[in-house]
Design a protein around this ligand. Sequence first.
Ligand code: IPD
Ligand code: MG
Length: 285
Amino acid sequence: MEDPWQKAYDFAVTVARKAGEVIRKAGESEIKVSTKSSTVDLVTKTDERVEKIIIGSLKEEFGEGTHCFIGEESVAKGEPCILTHKPTWIIDPVDGTTNFVHGFPFVAVSIAFAVNKQLEFGVIYSCLEDKMYKARNGKGAYCDDELIQVSDVKDINKSIIISEHGTDRSPEKVKKIFSTMQKILCIPVHGLRGSGTAATNMCLVATGAVEAFFEIGIHCWDIAAGAVIVKEAGGVLLDVDGGPFDLMSRRMVSANNEVIARRIIKEIEIFSAERDDDMCEIQLE
Ligand SMILES: O=P([O-])([O-])O[C@@H]1[C@H](O)[C@H](O)[C@@H](O)[C@H](O)[C@H]1O
Ligand SMILES: [Mg+2]
């Protein structure tokens, strides 16, 4: 049977590589923080430029009317962040902007594609490592054309877990984040890590380098592509309360299996994060 989204998938890989090249070649002025929505949520000229390149290329290839776009920088400028049944591209042009600004060597381009509110494929280009991760619904996950798989560890005591702090610095939230990390560390686990990019963290779950990554406060563009890659590598996605994963909820546990995921969930101190689709007043459907 003909695959309706093969062309879109191949194109996403090409565009992610092109975007990664722009990030790698960014000059000094393009690495500087250009806009600050807060003291820690950084934006550079490169974030904005790369998103324009990605969305511009996709619109040229697939037409503006039929496809929708959710991009981190466009949403920051007031575009809607609503997932409808229409074919929708979900884009983080520079995941790991803080890393990018500081020269910490993990920065990723994340492009996902959803139809009827279901994720069809995800592409993550870890551009400083030059690794292309990709997965299509039902067709496995790959890193540079090699099939990847989550780890088979079921014993939490033999695991490495990734947790991030995000950009919210309200003391009560930070307290809960660190309390959760302390509890997980003392289970005990082999270690806690964090690459500074949610997309890369999810690829690390998918390759088996770590057993899980969880965060409250991430956005749909940080995790949409990673969700397909983790699932296709044999992993699981859950809400931090153990319920089903909800892309727009800003909360997620991704893990190699449900045993590890549920053990972590037992320790997570949940705090509120406004949904991505509540950030917009206009409802399109
Ligand atoms: O802002 P950005 O660099 O695209 O994305 C951030 C990164 O993915 C980080 O790892 C995560 O902890 C934050 O919650 C995200 O906002
Ligand atoms: Mg991001």
